[in-house]
Structure formats: structure tokens, C-alpha cells
Write a protein that binds this ligand. Sequence first.
Ligand SMILES: C[S@@+](CC[C@H](N)C(=O)[O-])C[C@H]1O[C@@H](n2cnc3c(N)ncnc32)[C@H](O)[C@@H]1O
Length: 216
Amino acid sequence: MSEAGARVRHRISNPVRGRLNAATLRAVDRYAHLLVGERKRALFADLPEQIVEIGPGTGANLRYYRPGTQLVAIEPNVHMHGPLRAAARRHGIELELRTATAERLALPDASADAVVSTLVLCTVPDPVAAVEEVWRVLRPGGRLLFLEHVRAGGGYGRLQRLTARPWHWLFEGCDVRRDTEGTIRAAGFSSVDVQRYRMRSAFLPINPQIVGTATR
Ligand SMILES: C[S@@+](CC[C@H](N)C(=O)[O-])C[C@H]1O[C@@H](n2cnc3c(N)ncnc32)[C@H](O)[C@@H]1O
């Protein structure tokens, strides 16, 4: 693991903020569904039966998966695990939960048809390594499906600069200024399909977002 990876292991095991972030995700679950539910429904419309999801948190995406879906969930914050298991039961998802990080997926090369990442590449300490790992575990033709907040210019860019430090501390490493589209494009996928949009939420620094797929 890189030095950055070692640092996040320490950060995400913070007992106070780890719990706080799990509670926050649960509290905003319905709101997030209202904000991006339509986009997620379209993104997840034709998922295969087996999915790998990195950083699923408390399971915000599980309501969009078909009942019976086999989900390998890579979630390092153990405070997310209880609500994630409950969401899997609620939505009829077969959950295999692993306390691990996206930078080091203990999965064979070319073994996955689909990997999901929503609001995760902002937080992983080493997004380049995480996307390279995703590429490694995807089969040729397999897809990374993503919805992420990204750095912006103009007024949003200034707001992101102002809020970056407290946001990073509070949300355990979340960086509102990442060029996640650039990271995905640089990872060697055969095609990348991205849409940019502005979410209309009270969480202003994370309103500039991208959604799309990258095909190995
Ligand atoms: C903002 S939350 C998003 C949760 C969920 N994907 C959603 O859309 O609601 C970020 C998630 O990434 C997880 N995370 C942080 N570092 C990670 C890493 N290195 N590898 C995988 N997941 C990580 C956090 O524990 C948290 O569950």
C-alpha cells in the first residue's frame, strides 16, 4: 500500500468521524435519492447479476439493483457495515462485504463485469491507484459505472477552494477539488462516456458532478 493508502486506513478508522459519516449518509439517504435517483436509475439500468462496488457506504445504491444481485462490497469504514447489511436485506441483495480499500482489491485480474463507484473517488487517498485496480479487475468489455463530484471553475471553484480543508477533515479525506474525469480518462479504458451536470442541492461544494461509464 502507498503511504497515502496507509494514511487513509488511519483516517477512516477514526471512531468519531467514522460513525458521524455513517450517520450523515443515513440521514441524507432520501434526499440523495431525490437529487440523483433518476440519473442513477439510468446509469444502473442494465447491470449484470454480479457487481463489485467500491465504497458503498450505507448502501445508497442498493435500491437501484435488481433483487438477487450478487454484490461484492469493498467498504473500509466498519461503521457503515450494519446499515449496509440492513439495506442488502431490505432490497434482496446477496452481499459479500469486505473490509478493504479500492486501492487494493483482493480480486483476480479480469474477473468482474461491472464495478460501481458513487461519491468515492473523491475520498480514496490514491484515486489513480483505485482506478487502476478497477481496470485490472474488470474483464475486457467490463464497465466502471461512476457518479462523482468534481472540481469546478468560476464561483463554484472559489467556493470549493474555501471549503476544501474543513470538508476534507469532516468527511474523512473527501477532496472537493479532484479532477476525477481526468483520472478515469488517463487509466487506459477503451472508451469513456461522461456527462457533466450541476446537482441542485444544499451541499454546494459537491454540486458539480459527473456521471458515466468507462469500458475496459
Ligand atoms: C461519501 S461516501 C459515499 C458512499 C456511497 N457510495 C454513496 O454514494 O452514498 C464515501 C465512501 O467511500 C468509502 N471509502 C473511503 N476510503 C475508501 C477507500 N480507500 N476504498 C474504498 N472505499 C473508501 C467511505 O468509507 C465511504 O463509505
